[in-house]
Design a protein around this ligand. Structure first.
Ligand SMILES: *Cc1c(COP(=O)(O)O)cnc(C)c1O
Length: 425
């Protein structure tokens, strides 16, 4: 029985499998909470983008913030992928994982001067600049360093990505990017400033987008701008359309990367812009469906009242997986071994001292204490958003491929959690 999301996640008889590994065995061997990822699923998600763009000058820059574990970055770097980073920390990570700096773009609204300097010294491909003030700062940092910063302006195309307000980034009144109306003026300023070389234009309209329409609206607006900017004598080598493609958590039916890119290429070609280098910055759609968070059922707490809440208390919590608490995100929760018993409706909650500490509400499950459950599609914005709240060490992580399993991150120990803290004398 396959589950929605990824062919690498399926039941074989009563056992939940990730690739050819029984998930319950991973839990027993490595302990819980445990993140597990299918290398196969990650690589096939990347290949879908690469194949759709095979005939074109292109670069896929994986958005590191979706899952920044070194082995994940290494997997993508080895497959020829570039990276979209948003901090000096992510820069250090991609370099440690073997990325070529010439395939790294640096996004984010609040780059510090120190971060700019580090990225210049590393030789990143491009800074995606998000404001006029940032442009001035980057120019002065580059001049001081006697280097040239290649730049692209992130333009806010003012389109509605029809997604959750917290993850929509392409509408006016949003902190990201330079207003569409100001773009021509800001490009003129950029080309006049010392230490800068204009190389492209970019946008990123949101996340978990499940329709093609908003992308087509955005590309139309971007192409209008490209024409207006080039009419002033500035040459734009690349067009970066950001990330944001959605995945299946429940019954969403996002377009495939092939369908999305096919539709975009058609639009771009129709405008006579097909020669331009194309870039994408997918995060969630490369890793989301490839991962799961595995947890042990600690206690069942049935309600005393007939219509009351039953709680299934597990050893993973909001600090391990923030999405449900932060965005009220619905994530599929399934048992790692199917029981031939009637299911009971539970709120699946963690041990953290917050009422917002839940992983799923009103979920029918047939489980007993000691069983393992898996929260599916947890490969993106799972581990990378994990915290140490309640002095909980972050989970261990494994990568699997077929029957092979690699431990890619040790479980954090309490001593590691307060290393760097000091008692008063
Ligand atoms: C977060 C982000 C992405 C990736 O978004 P996904 O929804 O994970 O694909 C790409 N580009 C920028 C600038 C981002 O901030």
């Amino acid at each position: 029985m396959t589950l929605p999301g990824s062919p690498q996640v399926a039941y074989r008889s009563d056992k939940l499998m990730l690739d050819d590994c029984a998930v319950a065995d991973l839990a027993t061997r490595f302990g819980t909470p445990l993140y597990a990822y299918s290398r196969t699923a990650m690589l096939s998600a990347l290949a879908a983008y690469q194949q759709a763009l095979a005939e074109r000058d292109h670069l896929i820059c994986y958005a590191v913030k979706a899952n920044s574990s070194l082995a994940v970055l290494q997997t993508f770097a080895q497959a020829g992928c570039g990276f979209d980073i948003v901090s000096a920390g992510e820069l250090a990570r991609v370099l440690a994982a073997g990325a070529a700096p010439s395939k790294v773009v640096f996004s984010g609204v609040g780059k510090t001067r120190a971060e700019m300097r580090q990225a210049l010294d590393a030789g990143v491909m491009c800074f995606n600049v998000e404001s006029e003030a940032e442009l001035e700062a980057l120019s002065s940092v580059a001049v001081q360093a006697a280097r040239t910063a290649r730049i692209s302006l992130r333009v806010n195309p003012d389109v509605d990505a029809k997604t959750h307000p917290y993850i929509s980034t392409g509408l006016k009144g949003n902190k990201f990017g330079v207003a569409h109306e100001r773009a021509v003026t800001v490009y003129a300023r950029a080309s006049a400033l010392p230490g800068l070389e204009v190389v492209g234009i970019d946008c990123h309209i949101g996340s978990q987008i499940t329709e093609i329409g908003p992308y087509l609206d955005a590309v139309d607006r971007m192409l209008d701008l490209v024409e207006a900017i080039e009419a002033t004598g500035i040459r734009l080598h690349h067009l970066d359309l950001g990330g944001g493609l959605g995945i299946t958590y429940t019954d969403e039916q996002p377009p495939s990367a092939a369908d999305l890119i096919g539709a975009l290429l058609q639009r771009i070609d129709a405008r006579g812009q097909g020669h331009r280098k194309l870039m994408f910055e997918p995060g969630r759609s490369l890793v989301g469906n490839a991962g799961m968070l595995i947890s042990e059922v600690l206690y069942l707490k049935p309600s005393d009242e007939p219509d009351g809440k039953n709680f299934c208390i597990v050893d993973a919590a909001m600090n391990d997986l923030m999405r449900p608490a932060m965005y009220e995100a619905w994530m599929r929760i399934v048992p790692c071994r199917l029981r031939d018993e009637p299911s009971v409706t539970y709120d699946v909650v963690g041990p953290v001292c917050e009422s917002g500490d839940w992983l799923g509400r009103d979920r029918p499950l047939a489980v007993q204490a000691g069983d393992h459950i898996a929260v599916l599609s947890a490969g993106a914005y799972g581990m990378s958003m994990a915290s140490n709240y309640n002095t909980r060490g972050r989970a261990a992580e494994v990568m699997v491929s077929g029957e092979q399993v690699w431990l890619i991150r040790d479980r954090e120990t309490p001593a590691e959690l307060f290393r760097g803290e000091h008692l008063l004398p």
